[in-house]
Design a protein around this ligand. Structure first.
Ligand code: NOJ
Length: 548
């Protein structure tokens, strides 16, 4: 029987390094998480997703794992993790872990052995190829650092890395590697975790022969040969079987996935993934990647939302998110820093009331915004650095830094702003990364005390969602599709209806109501202003009506 419990839930994502420092070394950790579990619970979420907390050299901040069955010493140890897990369960929070199995760190013992020779027990754990007449084995790009191949003199061969050089891809065609994955899953499931978020899981099966890609799209050359690869469903089926021994939930990340290919994973009783993260709605202010910035386009955003809502309806279940550790802060993108509270609250209502399981990223609930640093050397994210040094190199430095401001993953990774004390209450000592200067105004403490704050609005939204059958299970319908400033959608279930109205304008504008609701006879259940006008929406106003 496939797992179903995640459907009514919502999750909070922790990127631990910047969440809360509990032992005063400037780095977030499991002691800090333990102390903040009641706060997380108070938001009204039902579970936590931990981005990787395993030992890692941090070339990609945890997504380069060097030991899958342990905790990074900077974050605590297995005992401390168990304490967090037990307390989370005791207060009714599920816990899911990140499972990063497309690649390991190059400092993982498997790789250290594998690179030594062609005939050691680990030699076939990774994807090794000979060069072709002095050239790379094929023309694939990596996402993070140039071409996808790196030469190792010890073997006189190249290894494949679809991400950074320090992230060699595992050879999933090797049954021993799949056994390792299953053993890792059992290790954490036996400890009591409730599921996994499987990192770039649609990339783990590579096409036989690793054919050359057509060089149309920079940084993604070769993707047709590893995205949704030939044995992906077989391998995920094996992992699902392990999961089925427990009451476990599987969430897969699907970069550039389409509804069509996502449904192949998520549909039916024998599905290999319960839900998936897609990226379509994260592209409303850019082309392919946030680094290629474009003006925000609401129609594009609405199109992406409605496509996924419509095409998954009755067949599979959506994930709902507008922030995570891979994307800059959403107020700085789709909202407006000058209308911080207004746009932050409106953005909450714009996604939480769709059909699916919401994920809230740390700091999103208080409306944290992008950070502006004055030199690329101050950024730490590998992909930001590569983009800066590789593209638009003839442009003025200010312009390139503006591009980084719009796109860097580091903006989502600044320490969480807990209060207005030194270091934003994140740590008693200098934090590992810059705190955003706006922490005296934007922090948990001030927002706790303000009934209209973004924080309290998230709480109201999550509470309302949880108690509304219409929001949990209802059908979705969008109105005024072409309107560039207004997003309105309806949810309907067993004769009941809810209408969600979101203004994306910094000006007042007329309130448009679908014809069938002419006089809007209904109960206003949520609004992000203390008072509202019958005919006009204030800047970034949002309202939720229960309709008769
Ligand atoms: C997706 C993760 O979310 C991202 O942070 C990471 O860099 C890549 N996968 C590679 O693991």
């Amino acid at each position: 029987m496939a797992c179903e419990w995640y459907k009514g839930m919502s999750f909070y994502q922790i990127w631990i390094r910047s969440f809360k420092d509990g032992n005063d070394d400037g780095i977030g950790d499991l002691y800090g998480v333990y102390d903040k579990l009641d706060y997380i619970k108070s938001l009204g979420v039902d579970g936590i997703w931990f981005s990787p907390i395993y030992p890692s050299p941090n070339a990609d901040f945890g997504y380069d794992i060097s030991d899958y069955k342990n905790i990074h010493p900077e974050y605590g140890d297995l005992d401390q993790f168990k304490k967090v897990l037990d307390k989370a369960h005791a207060i009714g929070l599920k816990v899911i872990m990140d499972l990063v199995i497309n690649h390991t760190s190059d400092e993982h013992p498997w790789f250290i052995e594998s690179k030594k020779s062609k005939d050691n027990p680990y030699s076939d754990y990774y994807i090794w190829r000979d060069g072709k007449k002095g050239k790379l084995p094929n023309n694939w790009d990596s996402m993070f650092e140039g071409k996808a191949w790196e030469y190792m003199p010890e073997r006189d061969q190249y290894y494949l890395h679809l991400f950074a050089k320090k992230q060699p891809d595992l050879n999933m065609d090797n049954p021993k590697v799949r056994d390792e994955v299953k053993s890792i899953m059992r290790f954490w499931l036996d400890m009591g975790v409730d599921g996994f978020r499987e990192d770039v899981i649609t990339f783990i099966s590579k096409a036989d022969g690793l054919p050359n890609g057509l060089p149309f799209i920079p940084v993604a050359n070769g993707m047709p040969y590893y995205k949704d690869g030939p044995r992906i469903h077989e391998y995920l089926g094996e992992f699902r079987e392990v999961c089925n021994e427990y009451d476990c939930f599987l969430l897969g990340e699907g970069p550039m996935t389409t509804t069509r290919s996502a449904l192949r994973y998520m549909e039916g009783e024998n599905r290999t993934l319960d839900i998936m993260f897609n990226f379509d709605h994260m592209m409303a202010d850019c082309f392919l990647t946030e680094y290629i910035h474009r003006p925000f386009n609401l129609v594009k955003l609405k199109k992406a939302y409605s496509k996924w809502q419509k095409e998954l309806n009755g067949r599979a279940w959506n994930t709902l998110y507008i922030e995570n550790h891979d994307h800059p802060r959403v107020i700085s993108r789709y909202g407006n820093e000058k209308f911080h509270r207004e746009s932050g609250t409106m953005l909450a209502a714009s996604f939480i009331f769709q059909q699916g399981t919401p994920f809230i990223y740390q700091g999103q609930e208080i409306g944290m915004t992008n950070i502006r640093l004055d030199s690329i050397d101050k950024y730490v994210d590998v992909s930001s650095k590569t983009n800066y040094h590789r593209f638009h190199t003839r442009e003025a430095i200010e312009k390139r830094l503006e591009r980084i401001y719009h796109s860097s993953r580091d903006s989502a990774r600044t320490p969480v702003q807990w209060d207005d004390s030194w270091h934003a209450g994140f740590s008693a000592v200098e934090p590992w990364f810059y705190v955003n200067d706006n922490y005296p105004e934007i922090n948990v403490k001030v927002e706790e005390d303000d009934p209209l704050s973004i924080l309290n609005f998230y709480r109201k939204c999550l509470e309302y969602r949880k108690n509304s059958d219409v929001i949990l299970w209802g059908n979705y319908r969008e109105f005024f599709r072409k309107d560039p400033l207004l997003y309105e959608y309806e949810r309907s279930y067993k004769g009941k209806k809810v209408l969600v109205i979101c203004s994306f304008s910094e000006h007042r504008m007329p309130l448009l109501i679908p014809k069938e609701y002419k006089d809007l006879h209904g109960k206003l259940v949520l609004c992000n202003y203390a008072s509202h006008d019958k005919k006009v929406l204030k800047p970034y106003e949002t309202r939720v009506y229960e309709l008769k």
